[in-house]
Design a protein around this ligand. Structure first.
Ligand SMILES: *Cc1c(COP(=O)(O)O)cnc(C)c1O
Length: 391
């Protein structure tokens, strides 16, 4: 598999790296050492593949969206069905990989932070499965807004710690989780949910999520006998997108397209800065602090992005575009009606861009859209948004 990583210490061009205090660097060095030890280990990878098959239900299909393609009249659209995974999204791939690593490292505890709760729920699920103690840090404000996800985590056996420092949001939850890691890293593993953070996390998350493009490449070669012309994925922190791109990065004929919400357009509008211990494109306010973002899709609401995306953007290997909430709402309804598939609002950003792109391409061109998750969780929200729009 290809990698854009250009130096040992996790730099992707000018982006990435590790900008953390020495105590935390010690913990990260230990994780890096263990990851490097196991990532190419046959037994470890066999175990990972076993659980991807038996627990997650992989491989998932690459579905030809026949009706949507006919309606748009252009390139053929294929959907990579991460929505059909156990728990309904791609996050489980990374959670399983990191928990298996934690187990090999002899960790007894897994900690994570969560904003909207999706990553916390996925982590709690994995910990239940592997009988690990699980502690989830969550801003107190987020625990109020996402009470149902707090309950889900608790049902799965996790302890949810509501962090009331500062503004009681994701940033404070990250700080608390990092303090826990510094104090306990010999028996505790910090499970990060996207391709962000200091080295080695972006490389590690990409490694586990690259199963998406490993499968889609094999599947499109079987179905069409050739590579796609474009791969389209939504970008929050960037984990489903980097996994969907990974095996095509070294195939210059394949356009790689990341799609962001227009009110959280980190790559399209960001500037280089260090946030949460790594350098990347970031949305900053006038004082140089991370700017509050907004997205109708909770999973895309993050002011930074994984460093490899910043790099792929800088060298022009991948393209990044914005879509509006209206385009997302239209795409959501169109995919439901034409294909009988309810997409996650996050994933719908990729669908919305593909809907604009396909008619500009030829009928024998091929687009793969990474459908990162299913939308059952979003139906009430979409109902409210459509009500509001019709006023
Ligand atoms: C969390 C989530 C995302 C955003 O995270 P990435 O790391 O950018 O992939 C996208 N889609 C779904 C369904 C999610 O749950």
């Amino acid at each position: 598999m290809s990698g854009a990583q250009t130096e040992q210490k996790g730099f992707y061009g000018n982006f990435g790296g590790s900008f953390v205090p020495p105590e935390l660097q010690e913990a990260l060095n230990y994780i890096e050492e263990q990851f490097n030890k196991y990532k190419d280990d046959k037994e470890f990878n066999d175990e990972f593949k076993y659980y991807l098959k038996e627990y997650v239900g992989r491989e998932n299909p690459l579905t030809f969206a026949r009706n949507l393609t006919a309606k748009l009249g252009g390139a053929k659209i294929y959907l990579k069905r991460e929505d059909l995974n156990h728990m309904g999204a791609h996050k489980v791939n990374n959670v399983l990989g990191q928990i298996l690593l934690a187990k090999r490292m002899g960790a007894k505890r897994v900690i994570a932070e969560t904003g909207a709760g999706q990553h916390g729920v996925a982590t709690a699920m994995g910990c239940a499965m592997f009988n690990m103690e699980c502690v989830i840090y969550m801003g107190v404000e987020d625990t109020k807004r996402q009470a149902l996800n707090v309950f889900r985590m608790e049902m799965l056996g996790a302890k949810v710690i509501a962090v009331s420092n500062g503004q009681g949001r994701l940033k404070e939850a990250v700080d608390e989780a990092l303090n826990d890691l510094i104090a306990n890293y010999k028996n505790t593993f910090y499970l990060l949910g996207s391709a962000v953070g200091p080295h080695p996390y972006p490389a590690m998350v990409k490694h586990f999520q690259s199963i998406i493009s490993e499968e889609s490449k094999r599947q499109i070669l079987e179905k069409e006998g050739r590579l796609p012309d474009a791969v389209v994925a939504c970008v929050g922190g960037g984990s489903n997108a980097i996994g969907a791109f990974a095996h095509y990065i070294d195939e210059p004929s394949v356009r790689l397209i990341g799609v962001e919400p227009d009110q959280a357009a980190t790559i399209s509008e960001g500037v280089p800065a260090v946030i949460h211990g790594f350098k990347t494109l970031t949305l900053l306010d006038e004082e140089g602090n991370p700017r509050p973002t907004f997205s109708i899709a909770a999973g895309l609401d993050y002011p930074g992005v994984g460093p490899e995306h910043s790099y792929l953007h800088e060298i022009g290997r991948a393209e990044y575009y914005k879509v509006s909430n209206d385009e997302v709402l239209d795409a959501f309804q169109l995919l439901c009606k034409t294909e009988g598939i309810i997409p996650a609002l996050e994933s719908t950003h990729a669908v919305a861009y593909a809907i604009k792109l396909a008619p500009q391409m030829k009928p024998d061109d091929i687009i793969i859209v990474n459908l990162s998750g299913r939308g059952d969780k979003d139906v009430q929200h979409v109902y409210n948004l459509l009500e509001e729009r019709s006023k």
